[in-house]
Design a protein around this ligand. Structure first.
Ligand code: SIN
Ligand code: CO
Length: 427
């Protein structure tokens, strides 16, 4: 960590990350961890443990309970001493990992749960995790407003965990950037900020836990403290008493996923007559041989792939792909299509509520724009694209009516409403 880039900072009244977003993006984003003390001053958690348990009992909620058996421990101080990776030997390593809570028997259960499940859990060493809470709870979703400096299509969800004392999910790495906001109580976070940390997983547990984890930094986080971790930084959070953690998680598609999807999109647009051609075929020297000329032809045939990838094709593919990527629920199209002619009159007395599961992005295209909504592209006037394709959860109908290109805008909006991405609510 360069000396001028501290790993721990305090929030300032103007900047919750302790620095302007541009500086955070330049120095920390995807590069190095950052702990921001008091990022959310006097943080009032939108959900309490009982609310989270209630959500975990609902059909459709993505909930897990991770528990690990408690092991008899001797004095914690004695166990901590000794570097597990150095000469201290096997025993020291084992004891250290016990203390961290990443040894013993781990169990993972998936929801939905019921009251009996919760009633039968032990007093400590378990944690409940619920994903996509921002889709269920508008107050939780409002936390995302603080992260508006990141494109909305890069943000995946807010996962909330509730842990009893010593609860956690063990030492692991995530493939995505994450902001870990302490919501309630305290959690001890240990991370390994060294370059190229060991990445092997244990093979004796269902969870993807790291075989070896040697923290470089440890802190206790209090409510309102925020720990940013770029992808690939090993971390382990252990509750100190009961606690809740809000994980604001990003999404970044794997290049393999992108290639497969892109190949699909381009292939679908290629006419059937585009085939492997060999008008220059010379008599085969040996039957069955794939010769250099054949390989050159193969390369030429799939070269269509590369040439099909002009800027617009790439952009449309990416817009559709990224708004479909990791979409947990598809919005339901409206049962009775809306009469677009009547839409302006209805808009004047309504607000538009965005479907919580819909994913949006947009781009400019010449003097026009395109809105991407959950994998579909919609031509749009630029102002309308910016208003509808961003992350506002509620949009005032009157504001839309005052924007230029009203006719095209209304057509777009009607299509989005009919596809289930927005609903009208009379105010
Ligand atoms: C948790 O909230 O317990 C886990 C969050 C994480 O490590 O990504
Ligand atoms: Co994690």
């Amino acid at each position: 960590m360069p000396a001028h880039l501290p790993i721990e900072v305090y929030a300032t009244p103007r900047h919750f990350l302790g620095m302007p977003p541009a500086r955070f993006l330049r120095d920390y984003w995807q590069k190095r961890p950052l702990l921001v003390r008091n990022a959310f001053a006097n943080f009032q958690p939108p959900l309490m443990p009982d609310d989270l348990a209630g959500l975990a009992c609902m059909d459709g909620a993505l909930a897990r309970i991770v528990a690990h058996a408690s092991l008899p421990l001797c004095s914690p101080r004695a166990q901590r001493s000794g570097d597990p990776e150095s000469g201290a030997g096997k025993n020291a390593k084992r004891l250290d990992s016990r203390l961290r809570g990443d040894d013993g028997e781990w169990t993972v259960r998936t929801g939905p749960f019921d009251e009996i499940t919760f009633a039968n859990l032990p007093a400590s060493r378990w944690t409940l995790l619920v994903q996509d809470v921002d889709k269920w709870d508008a107050d939780t979703a409002a936390l995302l407003d603080h992260f508006a400096f990141i494109p909305s299509w890069r943000i995946d969800d807010i996962m909330i965990s509730y842990a009893t004392d010593a609860g956690g999910v063990g030492a692991h790495v995530d493939q995505y950037d994450v902001f870990l906001l302490q919501g309630l109580g305290q959690r001890r976070w240990a991370i390994d900020a060294n370059p190229n940390p060991p990445a092997a997983f244990r093979d004796d547990v269902e969870l993807k836990l790291l075989k070896s984890f040697t923290p470089s930094d440890e802190w206790i986080l209090n409510p309102g403290d925020l720990l940013y971790l770029p992808p690939g930084v090993p971390h382990d959070g252990v509750a100190v008493g009961e606690c809740m953690t809000y994980s604001i998680g990003m999404r970044a598609p794997g290049v393999a996923e992108m290639l497969l999807d892109m190949a699909h999109a381009i292939a679908a647009a290629l006419p059937e007559e585009h085939r492997y051609r060999d008008a220059d075929l010379a008599p085969a020297r040996q039957s069955g041989e794939i010769d250099a000329a054949a390989l050159a032809r193969a390369r030429r045939s799939v070269g269509a792939f590369a040439s099909a990838l002009d800027d617009d094709v790439l952009a449309d593919w990416f817009g559709c792909f990224i708004t479909r990527y990791r979409m947990a629920q598809t919005p339901l199209p409206r049962k009775r299509p809306l009469d677009a002619a009547r839409l302006p009159e209805r808009l004047a007395r309504s607000v538009l509520a965005r479907d919580a599961w819909s994913r949006f992005a947009w781009r400019r295209r010449g003097r026009n724009a395109i809105v991407y909504a959950s994998g579909e592209a919609f031509p749009a006037p630029p102002d309308w694209a910016a208003a509808l394709g961003g992350s506002e959860r509620v949009i005032d109908g009157g504001t839309l009516l005052g924007m230029p290109n009203r006719q095209d805008g209304i057509r777009l909006l009607a299509a989005l409403i009919n596809a289930g991405h927005f609903t009208l609510r009379v105010h």
